[in-house]
Design a protein around this ligand. Sequence first.
Ligand code: NCW
Length: 453
Amino acid sequence: MIFPEDFVWGAATASYQIEGAVKEDGRGQSIWDTFSHTPGKVVDGDTGDVACDHYHRYKDDIGLMRELRLGAYRFSIAWPRIQPDGAGPVNPRGLAFYDKLVDELLAAEISPYATLYHWDLPQALEDRGGWTNRDTAYRFADYAAAVHDRLGDRVHTWATLNEPWVSAYLGYGNGVHAPGRRDPAEAMRSAHHLLLGHGLAARRLRPGTVMLVVNSAPVLTPAQVGDPSAVPSEADAAAVHRIHALLTRQFLDPAVHGTYPAEVLEAAARNGGTEHIRDGDLALINAPIDLIGINYYNPCVVESGPGLPADAAWPGSEDVRFAAADAPTTAMGWPIVPDGLSRLLIRLSHDYPEVGLMVTENGAAFDDVVENGRVHDADRLAYLDGHLREVWRAVQAGADLRGYLVWSLLDNFEWAEGYRRRFGIVHVDYPTQTRVLKDSALWYRDVIARNGL
Ligand code: NCW
């Protein structure tokens, strides 16, 4: 299985998950500092205070990337390092870090892919309503422009938001993520303002390749997990259709086509109303983009559940049962369904033919053990191998897929799960900050060298 010649192989991380150095060089506070320091919010009381100490070790970490021969490295920029209060003049010391990071990547012949928002909103903006406040979208666009001004001569690929569904619905819906608010109306309002921020920022990232990164998944009935040809009942098909609209089309239809699915407007109407969607907003959100970034981990499995109330993370999901998949799971409890990825990529390439696709995250957490300086992570290696075969299948089927980035380069701060969940292909021993390439990393190096499996 050899991939197209220009196929991009890489790995991804996010600022709060790896950098540490939360008080250095004028960095302001983010909602994740506040949240992780609030007792009971993160497993074991873990915080990103030190994380992988990447802020100080970035050169060594780029050395590891070079060893793996990564073609691209997707990192995120911590907004509170650039604008400590989320507005106003940029903090030169904060920008200097990313400046050095980018130069070091280029020297290692690794293309830098910068994500502007991977969940670390400046706390000062949250104090003014966070993403429930329309003004945050405008602040985000200004921040994006400031970063592009400084790095745009060397960074050519930009992602505006990472997984706006998660920001809105785990941050403001079920409260599992920062800022930990629980209100379906606020969550839907936030989703719209995130999209507005995306559209306003996208226009300010030229020249450059611009993408929106979504956590997408094929929505399947339990029977369809094992048998793609299974035909769902009418009621199950309706549940699938509605959840697909809430998870994926809510973000990609406005961004790519300038429309909201009816299911999203109905959900908003029943949860606080649609007044926050102003005339002209959809045209602003519908800024041209080049790529959709897809973070895929597992399918979303649903069936009809008459009488069930909406899940807190899913306003509009009344009468739907979120079901378990009949499949093995990772340490996150997420089902392993590799062909979910090819099904998703093929569907998205049909639904959004005007944009290219990139797998911007895929990977798995398992309980790794270090033995004699090695990590034999056969489960992760099999997960990645199985998913890459599906990526290849999607390419063969004609999907316009430009590359694949593993989540994650390093073990890191896995949000509400803290450090106990390890997604890295590189093991991090937190007390000593020692890095060890896991077997999956050595295997990935060979995949990259061969441009295939
Ligand atoms: S938690 C999550 N992740 C992991 C995280 O480390 C990374 O920063 C994210 O981009 C791995 O990839 C993403 N995604 C949230 C998945 C939410 C599942 C929704 C469950 C419904 C309630």
